[in-house]
Ligand binder design. Structure first.
Ligand code: HEM
Ligand SMILES: *[C@@H]1O[C@H](CO)[C@@H](O)[C@H](O)[C@H]1NC(C)=O
Ligand SMILES: *[C@@H]1O[C@H](CO)[C@@H](O)[C@H](O)[C@H]1NC(C)=O
Ligand SMILES: *[C@@H]1O[C@H](CO)[C@@H](O)[C@H](O)[C@H]1NC(C)=O
Length: 341
């Protein structure tokens, strides 16, 4: 009889621990087993025979440049993200305006994308090595990974390759497909879902805001008369809010920028999640990650550097596979700024 009692108690404890843990991942915050969502037909080292030196050439050029301009990591990472979210990772973000409508990079949401020159420079070198082989979309994906990885002197995530370049780039698409910094959790999750990305991707990728800068206009409405009572957004730390007001006084000057992670805006680390839990996330869209129980739980998990780097690596593979063109779709652009004739 007694052994039955202990057996039932044992069963009960197991069931309770699984329920409390919610997702049954073992509860230690590791997501080792979280699979990537497929690679959209991309593969590892796609250019191994057609242009074997492509990947090392791209890494050498970016590492040389980022040595003298540490901001490049943030710039190229954001270009890759904007590329992937608008019409897939097809290099469309690189195209200059050609027809009647402005191209993606001219959209309001571009908010000063920078770093296009280095893509041109890489493309020129790669074309010398293997003309007409390596896509601009792959160059963006590899260069983003390599610039961010430079301080670590190793690759921080895998980049699968074989993307081909698109021929369409429209401002109107950028306005619809990029999330607004004022978005709430529900609309962020919806937008990510429309890109085949889930809540884990949303939280992990938001961690990119551990590097780089923002303009006052992207968050200043949180600082002044937020609820109509002359107040600061209650989801923002009030002392931090006062500091931000000093940097962004009224009337808002569109040229002023500030570091999103003021402690270490050049270092790719998991500080974003520590800032976030202290109510120091800069955008409404950052703070929104704490308004949902599940995402708030992921935020706490990613306060562990190991968990963050692993989760980010998985989510970058997912993001890099959004609506990619492969095989005979699209083209290999000669010049990243214009479609082939
Ligand atoms: C979750 C939705 C997201 C929103 C609403 C958002 C919004 C923004 C905004 C408003 C800025 C500042 C622009 C400015 O004021 O100049 C910014 C900067 C940046 N974002 Fe995001 N972002 C999101 C997701 C991402 C993702 C997924 C990545 C990359 C994986 C990313 C990488 C960056 C980087 C690196 C910067 C700094 C760029 C620089 O310093 O040049 N963001 N983002
Ligand atoms: C971003 O858009 C603004 C406004 O349309 C434009 O002046 C600027 O040149 C664009 N940035 C890039 C890199 O094209
Ligand atoms: C989130 O934002 C969307 C779009 O602005 C809005 O329709 C929706 O009501 C908002 N949801 C919540 C919970 O506030
Ligand atoms: C703050 O917002 C309220 C409600 O919209 C408005 O009546 C008031 O004039 C605003 N105050 C300032 C200083 O803009």
């Amino acid at each position: 009889m007694k052994s039955w009692f202990y057996f039932l108690l044992f069963l009960y404890l197991i069931i309770v621990s699984v329920i409390v843990d919610g997702d049954g991942d073992g509860g230690d915050g590791d997501d080792e087993d979280r699979p990537t969502k497929g690679r959209g037909g991309l593969e590892r080292n796609f250019y191994r025979t057609s242009c074997p030196k492509a990947e090392s050439l791209i890494r050498d050029i970016t590492w040389n440049r980022v040595k003298n301009d540490a901001n490049l990591g943030a710039r190229l990472l954001r270009i890759h993200y904007h590329d992937c979210f608008v019409k897939g990772c097809d290099g469309s973000i690189l195209l200059d305006t050609a027809g009647n409508e402005k191209s993606e990079k001219e959209a309001r949401s571009n908010l000063s994308l920078l770093g296009f020159e280095i893509i041109d420079e890489i493309k020129t070198e790669v074309e010398k090595e293997c003309p007409g082989v390596v896509s601009c979309a792959d160059i963006v994906a590899l260069a983003a990974r390599d610039t961010v990885s430079y301080p670590f002197q190793k690759s921080m995530w895998d980049v699968f390759t074989g993307r081909r370049d698109g021929r369409i780039s429209l401002e109107s698409d950028a306005n619809v497909h990029l999330p607004s910094p004022f978005a709430n959790f529900t609309s962020l999750l919806q937008l990510f879902a429309s890109k085949n990305l889930d809540i884990n991707d949303l939280v992990a990728l938001s961690g990119a805001h551990t590097i780089g800068v923002a303009h006052c206009g992207s968050f200043s409405r949180r600082l002044y008369n937020f609820t109509g009572k002359g107040d600061i957004d209650p989801s923002l730390d009030p002392i931090y809010g006062e500091q931000l007001k000093k940097i962004c006084p009224l009337p808002i000057n569109g040229a002023i920028t500030l570091d999103m992670d003021p402690q270490s805006s050049l270092s790719f680390d998991n500080d974003y999640f520590n800032m976030l839990t202290k109510k120091k996330g800069l955008f409404i869209s950052d703070a929104a990650l704490l308004t949902d129980r599940r995402s708030a739980r992921i935020v706490r998990q990613l306060q562990s550097p190991k968990s963050f780097f692993r989760a980010f690596a998985i989510s970058m593979i997912n993001m890099g596979a959004i609506e990619v063109l492969t095989g005979t779709n699209g083209e290999i652009r000669k010049n990243c700024r214009v479609v082939n004739p």
